[in-house]
Write a protein that binds this ligand. Structure first.
Ligand SMILES: C[S@@+](CC[C@H](N)C(=O)[O-])C[C@H]1O[C@@H](n2cnc3c(N)ncnc32)[C@H](O)[C@@H]1O
Length: 316
């Protein structure tokens, strides 16, 4: 598919803030000041048009955009998930687009998790305007805490389609959390908006590179490799439990190669820093992922990719 230039969002540049500078509230005013506001009520597609219009003419918004939305939408039509969970709802573009389709395809509920209370307020307001509030639950707070709470109180027992679109550095720990809590298993599908690394320098004008902290390697690695890493993590946790230190010494015979290949540290030296992963969930190294990169366009017209994991299998 070719990108239609008419769909292009304003391109963000390296030197300017690209979110959380008031533009999210500006979007809400933009929509509510639209002379067509009455026709937007209960009309998800009309609201998506208005959000696109804002991002093309006023300020860039970090939405998935039409092309990625189309690809995930096709998957929803194909697999017809019952429960969908999105990590990183932002102002609601993907939530409105995907939940609308999910409902049309017979889905039972859509949970969208957003860390920022301000973004979540905009998200909630637009979900309500779209007439989706009985189908969509907006949950404010850090995704890992919300997931643990939903699992513990029995709200969530399985996620048929999980869409990771929050902080790329949290993709791996949060996927492992879902594995450990058995929220994803052999019949579930995960999609990550996480395959941008190749072109990311170009995207940000040659400056920042984006890290995914091992997510891609984890789900594309072999079971043997993940099991070895798992054993290392267990050892690492034991070590921190038994020693009052913030660094881990290199001990001869320890599988240090796995640390590097997982991207836990960029220092292949004498010590390893204590990381959040040290305290994180272990995941399930016995799951086999059938993964694929799907080429698509970012709403600024940049060719990127989505990383889809199409079902798990348990390796014995
Ligand atoms: C790229 S935006 C999501 C865009 C949205 N999915 C869309 O296409 O319309 C990422 C969002 O994830 C949120 N976020 C980042 N880290 C998070 C975390 N740990 N838990 C929940 N939300 C998080 C950010 O506040 C931001 O709103």
């Amino acid at each position: 598919m070719q990108f239609d230039p008419q769909d292009t969002y304003i391109k963000p540049t390296e030197h300017y803030q690209t979110y959380d500078d008031g533009r999210e509230l500006d979007l809400l005013y933009f929509i509510h000041n639209d002379p067509d506001i009455e026709n937007m009520r209960g009309n998800p597609l009309r609201i998506l048009d208005a959000i696109d219009d804002f991002a093309r003419t006023r300020e860039y918004l970090m939405n998935i955009g039409r092309d990625k939305g189309r690809i995930i939408g096709d998957l929803i039509r194909e697999i017809r998930p019952r429960v969908m969970v999105e990590l990183g709802g932002y102002v609601g573009y993907s939530t409105i687009l995907l939940a609308h389709l999910h409902r049309q395809c017979g889905g039972s509920h859509y949970y969208t998790l957003e860390q920022s209370p301000e973004f979540a307020a905009v998200l909630l307001s637009l979900v309500d305007l779209a007439g989706l509030s009985s189908f969509v639950t907006v949950l404010v707070g850090e995704a890992s805490r919300t997931l643990q709470r939903l699992q513990a109180n029995g709200t969530l027992s399985s996620i048929d389609l999980l869409f990771l679109d929050h902080n790329p550095e949290a993709h791996l720990p949060d996927l492992k959390l879902c594995e450990s809590l058995n929220l994803v298993n052999d019949s579930n599908v995960v999609i990550a908006n996480n395959g941008m690394a190749i072109q990311h320098r170009e995207y940000w004008g040659g400056g920042r590179a984006r890290r995914d902290d091992g997510y891609t390697k984890y789900i594309r690695g072999s079971v043997e490799w993940r099991r070895e890493a798992f054993r290392f993590e267990q050892w690492q946790k034991e070590w921190f439990r038994g020693n009052n230190s913030d660094v881990l010494p290199t001990l001869s015979g320890k599988p240090t190669r796995q640390i590097d290949s997982f991207g836990y540290t960029s220092q292949p030296t004498e010590t390893y820093p204590k990381t959040d992963i040290t305290y994180g969930y272990d995941g399930n190294p016995n799951l086999v992922y059938d993964t694929s990169f799907v080429r698509c366009f970012d709403p600024t017209g940049l060719e990127v990719s989505l990383l889809a994991k199409i079902s798990y299998k348990v390796w014995c």
